[in-house]
Design a protein around this ligand. Structure first.
Ligand code: AHR
Length: 496
């Protein structure tokens, strides 16, 4: 056989935080308007009385996302939350500086909170550290969370929301290091400002969890900011989008994100030691990740990626790395949820699930619980790897990771099942693999496969099921020599 996977349920490396399967919505392209809501919809039953797209809500509910981040992204760096509350006819229409669009402000804080309740998720708000002030951030926190007799809490009540929303997760700006960001800062300036914001926000509501703005996880910025903010924060955020028109690069470059998590976790450890807060619990919040090529799907045109089977395999590799790195990951947010670099796509009258939705759904449903440390053997890929075409700084990975396993594997243990996620990244070889277990198991194993002969296969509005999940069963015995088809993703559920 070509491969070996050894599974020992005792070898638990850590717990997969449910928040690993969180999402992200930005006022960008057709994400909010036409994606989450359609206030002009003429199709009966497609939206409810609040304008929510019910098909989108169902697709996202099925993912059981515990948290959704909002309202940006780059958008937030010139967003004033006060524009988006109160009677809609009084809300100002504004030019928008991140994607050079216009913002009607018809969907704002209260609409987002109601939508979160509708789909059963928790809100995570990103603060404007571009054109925004600390006063404005404190006012937003008071509006959302305060039950006192004070101005912004009363404004929320006046707007029809008696009870506080108790928003737990707040982030201190978005990609503040980036030259594209309104209000870009140096790491030193950001650290000073964010420290003071963190202090004040926690004075107003000590129950909140704060997320610091990190970069790629292995830069000067990350060193400086972890050192400066470690005593104030609960999460440290990093972002990465991978992609390549080359199949092998596309499916292997998520390895760079795995390295980034490992390095960031060490920067956090180092900061805890040098800043003398060894017991602080600070986890990584990977609050933007996905396959995205901004040349193929430019941001100012709404970043409407058309995902292929190859991208679905890359997303499976992303899922696997989050499981393997479970001890370090406190939250991860697929960017984004609908229309913009998204698993779900809409037209004015219909919607469909992109290829990437399917592996992501399998991870969301089954890859929870405890992460297991596996022993994996098999063929390796030694060509160029770990390189995102559009992000040159990712080129470093191929120097430190000269060979990558073609079988990319992770496993979890939950509710009497061992769940094994396997991406066979080989372009042309089915890999017959012997899966060896410690312990006793039930006879019937459930398998879920995402596969197509053509790595360029895509789903479209007219042909929605080109790539989907095929469910089957096999015998436990069959796992002694299980064939993973070339460029496929398989999730095996083995009952203990
Ligand atoms: O998700 C799209 C954009 O990518 C976000 O607005 C930004 O934070 C990142 O650069």
């Amino acid at each position: 056989s070509k491969g070996l996977i050894k599974v020992d349920p005792c070898r638990v490396v850590g717990t997969v935080d449910d928040k690993t399967y969180s999402g992200f919505l930005e006022h960008m392209g057709r994400c909010i308007y036409e994606g989450i809501v359609d206030y002009d919809c003429k199709v009966p039953g497609l939206t409810n009385d609040k304008g929510y797209r019910l098909d989108v809500a169902k697709a996202l509910k099925d993912l059981e996302m515990p948290v959704v981040r909002y309202p940006g992204g780059n958008f937030v760096s010139s967003y004033h939350w006060m524009d988006g509350v109160g009677p809609k006819e009084n809300r100002p229409r504004r030019p928008e500086l991140a994607w050079l669009g216009e913002e009607s402000n018809h969907f704002g804080t209260d609409e987002f909170m109601e939508w979160c309740e509708f789909i059963g998720t928790e809100p995570y708000l990103c603060l404007n550290m571009g054109t925004g002030t600390l006063d404005e951030a404190l006012a937003w926190l008071e509006y959302c969370n305060s039950d006192r007799n004070t101005y912004y809490a009363n404004l929320r009540r006046k707007n029809g929301h008696e009870k506080p929303y108790n928003v737990k997760y707040w982030s201190l700006g978005n990609e503040v290091w980036g030259p594209w960001q309104v209000g870009q800062m140096t790491a030193e300036d950001y650290s000073k400002t964010a420290f003071q914001w963190a202090k004040a926000l926690k004075l107003l509501d000590p129950s909140i969890k704060l997320v610091a703005c990190g970069c790629n996880g292995f830069s000067e910025w990350d060193y400086t900011v972890t050192q400066a903010l470690i005593s104030q924060i609960d999460y440290y955020s990093i972002h990465d989008y991978t992609s390549s028109s080359d199949y092998y690069k596309n499916v292997t470059c998520p390895a760079a994100a795995e390295r980034a998590i490992q390095i960031t976790s060490k920067l956090i450890d180092l900061a805890k030691i040098t800043q003398k807060v060894p017991n602080r619990n600070v986890k990584i919040c990977f609050d933007e990740w996905n396959v995205w090529d901004p040349d193929r799907a430019p941001g100012h045109l709404g970043a409407e990626e058309k995902y292929t089977l190859s991208d679905a395999i890359a997303v499976a590799a992303w899922g696997n790395l989050f499981i393997r790195q479970a001890p370090h990951v406190g939250m991860a947010n697929i960017a984004q949820c609908v229309n913009v670099i998204a698993p779900v796509m809409t037209t004015g009258t219909d919607s469909f699930l992109q290829t990437i939705y399917h592996p992501f759904l399998l991870f969301c449903k089954y890859m929870r619980g405890e992460s297991l440390n596996l022993h994996v053997e098999g063929p390796v890929y030694t060509g160029e790897t770990g390189f995102s075409d559009h992000v040159d700084y990712m080129a470093w990975i191929k120097d430190i990771e000269p060979a990558l396993m073609l079988l990319d594997v992770s496993a979890t243990k939950k509710d009497g099942y061992i769940n094994i996620a396997v991406a066979n990244r080989s372009l042309d070889e089915d890999l017959t693999t012997s899966i060896v277990f410690e312990g006793d198991y039930q006879e019937i194993v459930t398998t879920y496969t995402v596969y197509h002969d053509d790595i360029a296969a895509s789903n479209t509005i007219d042909n929605k099921e080109v790539v989907s999940i095929k469910e089957a069963t096999c015998k436990f015995e069959d796992l002694k020599a299980y064939t993973f088809k070339k460029h496929s993703f398989v999730l095996l559920r083995v009952a203990i």
